[in-house]
Design a protein around this ligand. Structure first.
Ligand SMILES: [Zn+2]
Length: 82
């Protein structure tokens, strides 16, 4: 029977989101303490997370990010690795 003990587990590292040219304005806004969101120019749906195509009307029209005030609720979820 072996008496060796396992090495201590490393501290968990935060999961960093992938940066792309689509979501970069959102993350740049976060760094500047601004909540930025896309708004579809066709149906006015707010897009979060940022997407190249509107999930509501499937419009592919490029939209600009706008700073949002208190009118935007961001869904929060937790990823549990198992
Ligand atoms: Zn739309």
């Amino acid at each position: 029977m072996s008496t060796t003990s396992a090495a201590p587990a490393a501290d968990p590292q935060p999961i960093r989101p992938a940066m792309s040219k689509i979501n970069k304005p959102f993350w740049d806004g976060c760094r500047a303490h601004k909540l930025m969101a896309q708004q579809c120019t066709q149906c006015r749906e707010l897009r979060y997370p940022a997407a190249a195509i509107c999930p509501n009307c499937l419009s592919g029209v490029k939209v600009a990010f706008e700073e949002r005030g208190s009118d935007l609720t961001v869904p929060v979820f937790e990823v549990v690795a198992g």
